[in-house]
Design a protein around this ligand. Structure first.
Ligand code: GDP
Length: 446
């Protein structure tokens, strides 16, 4: 998600941060480019306009242009404004309210938006991460296949589903789910409502009736992020009729623009709580405005990276990795660990955007038509290094390089590329470590 926008913005800010002094005119020119980038990302016009205006007010004038690092100041202002546009004024807009058991969660949205898949993903997450007992129920009385789909998902992820009884209305099923959740001692029950291809009166009425029957604690709208501004319109409509508490944007794995994500909060006033990043049951991510803003601006998202790593490797290893990052240390062993992780976590795409400066690396790889085989080759190169070389890659001279490349059955040019990437990433880590940004972002993680 956000790759295109991120690339455009880093282009604008690269220019800006390289300049020692900035005039108001320089800032204005840069902001014009930011505006175009936002519109190209399919951000709605009024949102883009307000965004630029807010930045302009803060970024022009003495405070910024007279500062020692004017370019970085502007980036910081843009970052904060991105967070604002994504989060509104709430502390933690993404948190789900789960209190009195059994807590009802209503899932609504158009057919094909990914509603059933998301219900399963969320149930899995609540079970595994939050230790909740979850019951899922499909209210799609029009499509028996949809009910089956949820039942199959339930078996797959080990979450209970309400037994299917033919001939009930949606409200009857909802009430039965509530009863079973209460009797069975569940913490949460999730109601996967029927979707239509378009919003229509019958659908809305049915969802309203279900809502009134169970009084949901969360009403989550699932919308297809690929549909851009249409997703925002759908959200406005559902919110007006039913009242939603948050949004889940799906298919963000296929959306390099991310306009829907950027406009959603500002237009509807409702927070994005999760994003769907693939078809697999664990391809759901909590939406953290701070981290997303960092990713968009190419600062990476170390916190999510480490969290993801924690899910697949032992906590001890992850903690060690984090401590090293904090100190700005990043040698070939760290890089290898990350490459291994990437493979484990399903390849380049999922994780690349989270590493500082790695967005570019992924782009280069993509342009060259490379896939995960590049990861394997890079791992082979690092494996071919001695312990000492991995810990101090700066000692690699021509003869060592030759030996390493030969050992991996690859060309020296490929090793040079790897070393360049390592240098860029290491520089970025150091910069972030120095500014205390990393520390701040990671505080409270353990
Ligand atoms: P529903 O009709 O709204 O319940 O939609 P489904 O849950 O059946 O999903 C429709 C299709 O979208 C399925 O093939 C899902 O695997 C796919 N899908 C759902 N969420 C995502 C996502 O975040 N990314 C991708 N790539 N596909 C998704």
């Amino acid at each position: 998600m956000f790759e295109n926008l991120s690339e455009r913005l880093s282009g604008v800010f690269d220019k800006l941060t390289k300049q020692g002094a900035l005039s108001d005119e320089d800032v204005k020119t840069a902001l014009r480019e930011v505006r175009v980038a936002l519109l190209e990302a399919d951000v709605s016009l009024p949102v883009a306009r307000d965004f630029i205006k807010a930045i302009q007010d803060k970024a022009t004038g003495q405070a910024v242009t007279k500062s020692v690092t004017p370019g970085q100041q502007v980036v910081k202002i843009v970052h904060d404004e991105l967070v604002h546009v994504l989060a509104g004024d709430e502390e933690d807009p993404g948190a789900l309210k789960i209190d009195n058991p059994p807590t009802p969660i209503l899932m609504v949205g158009l057919q094909g938006s990914g509603k059933t898949t998301t219900t399963g993903k969320l149930a899995k997450r609540l079970t595994e991460k939050n230790g909740k007992r979850v019951l899922m129920a499909s209210l799609d009385i029009y499509r028996p296949a949809a009910m089956q789909q949820l039942a199959v998902l339930g078996t797959q992820i080990g979450v209970d589903t309400l037994p299917i009884v033919a001939g009930e209305t949606a409200v009857q099923i909802a009430k039965r789910a509530k009863q079973q959740a209460t009797l069975g001692g569940y913490d949460v029950y999730m109601l996967d409502t029927a979707g239509r291809l378009q919003i229509d009166q019958t659908l809305m009425q049915e969802v309203e009736d279900v809502r009134d029957a169970v009084n949901p604690r969360e009403t989550l709208l699932v919308v297809d992020g690929l549909t851009g501004q249409v997703a925002v319109e759908v959200a406005e409509e559902f919110d007006g009729k039913i009242g939603i508490s948050g949004v889940v944007l799906t298919r963000m794995d296929g959306d390099g623009r991310g306009g829907a994500a950027l406009s959603m909060r500002a237009v509807t006033g409702k927070p994005i709580k999760f994003v769907g990043l693939g078809e697999k049951m664990d391809a759901l991510e909590e939406f953290h405005p701070e981290r997303i803003a960092g990713r968009i601006l190419g600062m990476g998202d170390i916190v999510s990276l480490v969290e993801k790593a924690q899910e697949t490797i032992e906590a001890e290893k992850a903690e060690r990795m984090m401590k090293r990052f904090q100190k700005g240390q990043f040698n070939m062993n760290d890089l290898k660990m990350q490459l291994d992780q990437m493979l484990k976590m399903g390849g380049m795409e999922g994780i690349m955007g989270m590493m500082p400066g790695a967005g570019k690396m992924a782009k280069q790889a993509e342009k060259a038509g490379l896939d995960d085989s590049i990861l394997r080759r890079q791992i082979a190169l690092i494996n071919s290094m001695t312990k000492k070389e991995r810990a101090n890659p700066q000692i690699l001279q021509a003869s060592r390089k030759k030996r390493i490349a030969k050992g991996a059955g690859l060309e020296v040019s490929e090793l040079n590329k790897l070393m360049k990437q390592h240098r860029q990433m290491s520089d970025m880590m150091k910069k972030m470590g120095k500014g205390g940004m990393l520390k701040k972002a990671m505080a409270g993680m353990f």
